[in-house]
Structures are given as structure tokens and as C-alpha cells.
Design a protein around this ligand. Sequence first.
Ligand SMILES: *Cc1c(COP(=O)(O)O)cnc(C)c1O
Length: 401
Amino acid sequence: MKTTFSSPIPRERVGERAGVPFFDQSESFRRLWPEIEHNCVRVMDDGKFSHGAMVAEFERALEDFTGARHVVGVNSGTDALVLLLRAAGLRPGDEVIVPAYSFVATATAVVHAGGVPVFADIEEHGYGIDPDSVEAVVTERTRMVMPVHLFDRLADMDGVGRVARAHGLTVVEDSAEAIGMRANGVHAGLLGAGGALSFFPAKTLGAIGDAGALLTDDDTIAETARMMRHHGRSGHTLAAFPGISNPTVVTGGNSKMDDIQAAVLLAKLARLDADIEHRAVLSRRYDDRLRELPGVRAVPGDAPARPGEERVVYVHLVEVDDRDGLVAHLRAAGIDTEVYYPRPLHLQPCFSDLGYRPGDLPRAESVCGSAVALPLYADLTDDHVDRVCDEIEHFLTGRSR
Ligand SMILES: *Cc1c(COP(=O)(O)O)cnc(C)c1O
């Protein structure tokens, strides 16, 4: 098949506009369109649209980028978490300790994998799980701990590792937000038994729909996850089951990655380092304008660095006293923000059976009332950042520029 077509994204959407959307990747798509088109045409030619050669090619490219021994491409970050937990050996009823401050999929994935989430609080300075809080909730049923690398930082993997070793727990990572983050050169997701990445469109590396991947250096976890994403089918005859072709040896489901997503992701991966650098520049620009303003409690650049940590700013989160007032002011000025995360996980209605009460995990509860994510993406310009900062300054000081 041979076709050429121009980018479907209309030109008039590019350039100066009145507002600042929370997320927009139309310019990235325009810039990358020749590569994306080329890869998509290859998918059409191949004729296999799910779990095909393009998925395998993207997996190899991501192994190169992350240094992982195995990348298993799947349909979402959430399914990557479920497969990771199951492939790493979670059994029905096992407890998994997760932070109370995260995206809800961190905890619901544990339920889908047959486990029970147990919530720990976050650190005093930062948003990662607090190792002391993890230690405090370990029981004889605890099997795993799953730190989350939120926004722009790695969780305290040394501290979590110490608690895990003392209690014989497996460490798996919700590294959905953490592509490009490394500790002493080791990519997020490879600091324990394995990790999950999300390619939800707004993530640092975003698809044109849903996609995710599991990273691991462990051959058994990778092999099990590869079967689980495809109904548990082994894909080949196994010595243990002679005479049965493609035996179904574990219960799986359909978590396969689409080749069109892989085609887009492969094209975007080549620009990822440049996008990450641009995000860092924008994030510093925000910090320099915002850190001195009255009512601003914390800006991300001032959080203490962990030794050996390479940060990637996926979300630029600020904490302010009157968060809801600021959000309303910015919305009126045409600037979109998101509240990450509006409610701590232990107080979400779906977990009411677990018996948590307000006050149980005070740091997670407090940050949910003061944190707001500002626009940050590869297509954002200095000018956009200045406009957002002007409006924040206006709201907090009454002065306008
Ligand atoms: C985005 C995200 C997920 C879920 O990823 P999907 O690809 O949307 O399923 C899980 N955990 C965290 C921390 C996330 O940010």
C-alpha cells in the first residue's frame, strides 16, 4: 500500500491562542508527521494491527532507551500494573502496600490482581511513599510494596528497599509517570522486580490512545506477562505440555498493544530526550517566577534531590494555600489546570470497606487540598508559561503585569 496524505491537524489550531490548554500535542504531531505516517503505512502493509511487528519493534527500541532486559507492550499502564503484580507472584488475598497519594489505578490494579491494597502515607517533604509508614503497616499477609514515582521524582527506593528486605517483600514500581527517570543510571521500573509505564496521551511519552508497557530484568516475570497479555497463551509448544500447541498455562486476558499506537510511540521516542529537556526548562521558568509569591507553599524544583537521581518533570505541581480559588481564577482567564489528586486513595468510596477514616494518613490528605498541576508539555512555550505565571501572580498579589 502506498499513500501520501497531509497532516490531518488543521493549521489554524497552531500558534497564539487566547487560553492555555492543560494539554495539547498538535504541534508535536505536525512536526513528527512524516515519521508517524511512514510507520503507520508499514503497519497497514504488514496487515497485523494488534500485537504485530511494529509492537515488537517498539519494544526493542524501548529496551534500548531504558536498558531493560525485557519490555512487554500492553494496552495501558493500568493493565501493565495488573500483569506485573500477577507475574511477580501475587496470590489471592495478599496485601500490597501502596501510597495513599497517587492516581487511583495504583490501588485498583492491586484489587484486579486479586490482592488487597494497604495504604501508607507520603513523606514529609515530597510526594513519595514514606518508608517508615510502610514499615508500620506490614503484616504477615504483606507480600509486596509498590512505590509510585510521582510527577517529577523517584520514590525513596533505598528506604523502601530496606523495609522490603527486612520483611521479605517484593518491590514492584508504579513507574507509569516516570519514563526517563533514573537512579544511578538505572531506569525507573528496574529498581525492583519490575515496573509499569503508561503511554496515555498526556504522559511524557504519549500515544494517540491508550497504551502501556511492563519493564523487567526478570525472565520469568517477562515470560509470564507476555502470556497473560494474550489470554495466557504461550505462543509456542512447551516441553512441560507435549502435544498441546499454544497451551494456555496461566489465566490471562486481552491486554495486547495496538500496532498503530506502537507506530506513533516509536516515532515519538526518537524525540523523547529533547522533549524531556524542554520540560525541564519550562519547569525551571515556572519555579523562578512562583517560588517567592505569597501563598505558594512549595514548588517542585526546591524539593531535596535524592542521591544519583535523574529527574524528569512529567507534572509541574505547585502547592498553594487557596488552591480552589486559584483554579477558578485561572479557569476564568482561559488557563486549564488539573487537581492531582483530589482525594487520597484510602478515602475513595470504592475502598470504604477497608475501614479507613479521615486523619489516618494526614500528609496524603493535606496535599490533596493544596496541590494543583499547571500546564506542562512538549508543545508549551515560554510565552504560555509567562501567561500562566502572570495570572497566578495577579491572583496571589492583586497586581497584574
Ligand atoms: C497514568 C497512571 C496510571 C495508569 O496508566 P493508564 O495508561 O492511564 O492506564 C497508573 N498509575 C499512575 C501513577 C499514573 O499516573
